[in-house]
Ligand binder design. Structure first.
Ligand SMILES: [Zn+2]
Ligand SMILES: [Zn+2]
Length: 477
């Protein structure tokens, strides 16, 4: 780790759902907020890659995924705000995990969640709905299947050509035809379907099946032209470089990428880098080799998907970058919004800004209108939490005993009140003295808490009338 720029290379391609299983055993795997959070935790613990995107295969999608993605995004926001407890509770991780991620985010690490769309025939037919619901930061478009007529498996058979279990099909189809079909399919998808990054263009060469140089050169040119037209970036996929492959193949692979990146640069097509990690240990894998390649091609800016668009990340700050940074105002410290991890809306509380405004307006009335359903809300207190409710009732309980004493001292005033309602008066008259004494006790706390509120007072009267009736009934018995 000699060059600090290695840490700054955004890693746009990682599989939090883990390593590939034997083809016949592959099943959809549900995301959990914890699983996603811990993927980022490992990067934070290491300190890099500073920018990291999860992009799992669309064939592994489940209905749980959008919910988990949104939950972890909320947890990351809490962690970034320094609300370690809220983040831990939201993502279902330990405080220690949340603290590491919080520190990482506050040092400037950034995480995205996207999808690798790989035209897998095993994808759910409604995969698009799930992908939409996830609001992916970025879409990596790649081809992992080709439709061929197989001598044994039949016509229109979906061949996972870069899966070692099916490598023996290569001689049947032939490398030249494989490449031809692959490029045709990939370019067609870039042309017609959404996406931001073309994943691992050299996938058909995984087992050493390269087309002849002139042909490959033509494929690359067509790819770059398609990317330029549609605003796609190309990915340098590093997986080949940290996996076990013969040295001559690694060299050939790097030569190919060097050529492709140079073509991309000439045409103004953005370049992205992906480790294609299927385990946290491979995040940023072989990025030292990639940095060398980038330097050879004169690439300083890399693409990183954020919220459906490609952001540019500079590896070395140029004078232009430094000036831009100087002009940018410093980001203010934002405290955590919740220690429970629930949003204010979920707790039935007014928005922070709204209640703050109400407070500034300085009025009990303003605060009351901000939360009309809370009769007991103490005026001026902006956001009653569960804790403060408990505290308040303790207070009012204490003050109610004072109230009781005060009440006993002024029975005359009390008797005057019912005059306004002649119906109640009639019924009360025979038992008034006893009933008033007894019934007064339970209703006092309410009255004391908000003595001037007409609404509360009105609510008290029917209750009083009722208890009078009860008492009267008891006496009759
Ligand atoms: Zn892939
Ligand atoms: Zn992948």
């Amino acid at each position: 780790m000699s060059d600090p720029r290695i840490r700054a290379i955004p890693d746009v391609h990682g599989h939090a759902k883990g390593e590939h299983r034997p083809f016949a055993e592959e099943r959809p795997i549900a995301y959990s907020a914890r699983m996603l959070f811990l993927w980022f935790y490992h990067a934070c613990l290491r300190g890099w890659p500073r920018f990291l995107m999860i992009a799992d295969h669309v064939n592994f999608l489940t209905f749980e995924d959008p919910g988990a993605v949104h939950t972890v995004r909320r947890a990351l926001k809490l962690a970034e705000a320094g609300d370690v407890y809220g983040a831990a509770e939201t993502a279902g991780v330990d405080i220690g995990h949340a603290r590491v991620v919080s520190e990482g985010l506050r040092r400037g690490m950034r995480f995205s969640i996207g999808v690798e769309i790989d035209s897998d025939p095993r994808s759910r037919p409604d995969a698009q709905n799930i992908v939409d619901a996830m609001r992916p930061d970025g879409l990596i478009r790649s081809v992992h299947f080709l439709t061929i007529d197989h001598p044994e498996k039949g016509a229109d058979w979906h061949w996972p050509f870069d899966n070692p279990e099916f490598a023996d099909v290569f001689p049947v189809v032939g490398p030249a035809r494989t490449w031809d079909m692959y490029v045709a399919k990939l370019l067609d998808e870039i042309e017609k379907l959404p996406g931001q990054i073309v994943g691992h263009f050299y996938a058909p060469a995984l087992f050493g099946h390269w087309p002849e140089s002139k042909k490959l050169d033509e494929y690359e040119t067509r790819l770059i032209e398609a990317c330029q037209r549609r605003g796609f970036a190309i990915e340098i996929n590093a997986r080949f470089l940290y996996r076990d492959h013969p040295e001559d193949q690694r060299k050939r692979y790097l030569d190919a990428y060097r050529r492709l990146v140079r073509k991309a640069k000439t045409k103004g097509v953005l370049v992205a880098v992906g480790s294609d990690a299927h385990s946290p240990k491979d995040q940023g894998g072989a990025f030292d080799i990639i940095l060398k390649l980038l330097d050879e091609c004169g690439i300083n800016e890399l693409a990183f998907p954020v919220n459906g668009r490609l952001a540019r990340v500079a590896l070395r700050a140029t004078r232009e970058h430094l000036e831009k940074a100087r002009r940018r105002p410093e980001r203010p410290h934002v405290p955590g919004s919740s220690i429970t991890g629930f949003g204010r809306a979920e707790l039935g509380l007014p928005e922070e800004a709204e209640s703050a405004r109400a407070m500034r307006a300085g009025g009990a009335r303003a605060a009351r209108t901000a939360s009309p359903k809370r009769k007991g809300t103490t005026a001026g207190r902006p956001a009653p939490s569960k804790g403060s409710t408990a505290k308040r009732s303790a207070d009012s309980a204490a003050s109610s005993s004072k109230a009781r004493a005060a009440k006993a001292a002024k029975p005359a005033k009390k008797a005057a009140a019912p005059k306004r309602r002649p119906v109640a008066k009639k019924k009360k008259s025979p038992v008034r003295k006893v009933a008033l004494k007894r019934a007064a006790k339970p209703k006092k706390p309410v009255r004391k808490a908000a003595p001037k509120k007409r609404g509360v007072a009105a609510g008290r009267k029917p209750a009083a009338a009722k208890s009078h009736k009860k008492k009267a009934a008891k006496r009759r018995r």
